[in-house]
Design a protein around this ligand. Sequence first.
Ligand SMILES: Cc1ncc(COP(=O)(O)O)c(C=O)c1O
Length: 361
Amino acid sequence: MRQKPAIAALRSMRSAPPAAASAVPVVARLSANENPLGPSPKAMAAAAAAIPTMHRYSDPNNTALRTALAAHFDLRPDMVLCANGSDELILLIALAYLEPGDEVVMADGTFVSYVMRTGMMAATQKKIPLRNGAHDLSAMAAAITPKTRMVLICNPNNPTGATNGAAEMHQLLAAVPDDVLIVVDEAYIEYATRADFPDMISELRGGRANMIVLRTYAKIYGMAGLRLGYALGDPAVLDYLSKTRPVFDVNALAAVAGIAALSDTEHLEASRAQAAEARDLYVERLTALGLTPYPSETNFIAVPLPAGVSDAAVVAAMAARGIAINALGAWGLPGVLRISFGTPAENILCLDALRDILAAQ
Ligand SMILES: Cc1ncc(COP(=O)(O)O)c(C=O)c1O
């Protein structure tokens, strides 16, 4: 059968190696930026209560969830579109807006889905090197041409954890033509600490039509396995985007758990506090090893290894001890490790193992 070259060129997840390429069972999974506290008890109770009715399709419009999210953000419900994870929204956005050869401006060293999904549409990727782990927004603005259709920004950035502030973000927004879509992926925003973190939702409230903000329940809300994400944006933009979406996209358990999770500020605060404590520990201990991690405002940290030390070898040695972390070569950052924060005990285990492994290099 004829294959589409842009899709055939993608790496198949079916042939991807297991998370830890080792026979040793994983004792600390610090590779997927999940919340070690687990989901909110309120979200669990809501999902459990919906189990007896899961023979019914969910509401295709997700009216209750969108209404709850709209109230949470002081937006109108038609400015919210829910999907089966924000990763799916990245796919749908690429599908909805890109033709072969269209230019997409993104960072070099950001979330891999942007590369995969815009690549899938045979778009031309203009990858702009990071600056101290964050997007170089002025260089990204300068890379825009009449062929540019989309600018993708991950703030805070995965995999470095670094952020961009409001002033530089507003300069970028001013430089992007009205007919170019700006996608701002804020998967980790709840962990961000800087006082001048850009408020993109107020841009949407103010009527900006060429921007989609992406959020997820997979990170601080601890619901990665349930699959729930959403886009915030202009009603007409989301209406158009929704045409690409499978009808019963969000599962019934996620739809009710998502509403319940929004009310659990205690879980949110505890998750934020645990990540902040872990971040301090990692910064202190990695610095003591002579390493200079990227400035993280997330639930993970990225750290360049000393010159000549193989990231793949370190990741394999960690996996042999049952600790799953990531090497960022495939993300455009060779020689850099990314470690998701775990429980306090997992973090100590990881840092002790890393110290010993690096000492043996
Ligand atoms: C920046 C970023 N965006 C989107 C996603 C996808 O999240 P979801 O689980 O909602 O699909 C991730 C997951 O790691 C991410 O890091």
